[in-house]
Design a binder for this molecule. Structure first.
Ligand SMILES: C[S@@+](CC[C@H](N)C(=O)[O-])C[C@H]1O[C@@H](n2cnc3c(N)ncnc32)[C@H](O)[C@@H]1O
Length: 326
């Protein structure tokens, strides 16, 4: 993920979490205006990573309390991933009946600020038939009154992240001409035998990305848990039974993730499989190794698991910048 020169385009971040989208937008040349995030630890992570950013955390970061009109005229792009639990396959999928549904707040922010563009992100289940009515009524319907809105599902491994992880992005532009020149980000990596495009590079498998010895097979990591869901305080990144099977095959232990590599090495998994640490999980999600996640292990795993992998965020942010800049 290179650092693109500053474009002069300004971005405001909502539901910033540990900063996957924020970092991707920064690397794509956006000037950071402010972040809003209700979870103190996640806001602290952002502030530690970027001391010069304006980060609102805790109740100050609660988007429900913000009068967004204050940002009118100072923001080109709003981006954010409202909590995915109301829609996630791993949750109860109660949509708007779930009090964590924050899409109405995202829509309010866009309407009050009226930026040139927005990017809203979520789990791919939001693009499924089950939620088509929800999306039409609460996202595309209200936003289409002033924006040309498209949605696209992207796969993280197509952008070099060693994990199977799909996310849906709603991208909207106020100006029709700009909307028409926006292009879905081009795949930069491939997994498997053959490159579809000779410009794409091979994506690393999980074992290779973690620098583990060759055991005769490798694969992408299964989708890691978008945690802080399910039992609190979990230090497992497991999302499903299928994920467990894949980790087993790769001889990697996805439970009891250690705070750091030294503790992981000192605390062997019973079956001899490789015990993961927080920096390993950050790597599986495409974060730089020096991104300073703050909080207890389960909190840092929550911030990592909730994030848009930065290389994927970078690809989306770059595509939006390219459309706006021309
Ligand atoms: C899916 S995560 C976003 C991850 C982020 N886009 C990234 O790439 O790292 C959703 C975030 O919304 C935050 N959140 C939930 N309710 C909120 C609220 N009312 N105001 C601000 N943030 C909120 C959660 O704490 C969580 O960190």
């Amino acid at each position: 993920m290179p650092q693109t020169e500053t474009s002069g385009l300004r971005s405001l971040s909502l539901f910033s979490g540990g900063g996957g989208l924020d970092l991707g937008f920064e690397r794509a040349g956006f000037e950071h205006v402010a972040s809003y995030e209700i979870m103190e630890e996640a806001a602290q992570t952002l502030q530690k990573a970027r001391p010069d950013w304006l980060v609102h955390g805790g109740s100050e970061g609660d988007v429900r309390n913000v009068d967004f009109k204050q940002w009118h005229g100072t923001v080109d792009v709003i981006h954010g991933g409202p909590p995915c639990q109301p829609f996630s396959n791993a949750g109860r999928q109660r949509g708007h009946l779930d009090e964590r549904d924050m899409w109405p707040q995202f829509v309010r922010a866009v309407r009050e600020i009226r930026p040139a563009a927005f990017v809203g992100e979520n789990v791919p289940a939001l693009g499924s038939a089950k939620f088509s009515e929800y999306v039409a009524e609460n996202i595309t319907g209200p936003l289409s009154q002033n924006y040309h809105v498209t949605s696209v599902v992207l796969q993280a491994s197509d952008f070099g992240v060693p994990q199977v992880r799909k996310r849906i992005f709603f991208v909207g532009f106020r100006n029709k001409k700009i909307a028409n020149r926006w292009k879905t980000p081009e795949t930069t990596h491939y997994w498997g035998d053959a490159a579809i495009d000779d410009r794409a590079q091979r994506c690393m498998g999980l074992r290779e990305a973690l620098g583990l010895p060759d055991i005769g097979l490798d694969d992408l990591s299964p989708t890691i848990r978008s945690s802080l869901t399910g039992p609190r305080h979990t230090t497992s990144i497991l999302n499903s039974v299928a994920a467990q099977r894949r980790f087993e095959k790769l001889e990697i232990w996805p439970n009891g993730v250690a705070a750091d590599r030294e503790s992981a090495r000192a605390f062997l998994a019973k079956n001899g499989h490789f015990r993961l640490s927080v920096p390993d999980v950050a790597l599986i999600q495409g974060f730089p190794q020096d991104w300073p996640f703050v909080g207890a292990t389960y909190m840092t795993l929550g911030q990592i698991g909730n994030a848009v992998p930065p290389p994927l965020a970078y690809a989306v942010a770059s595509s939006v910048a390219a459309a706006l800049r021309k």
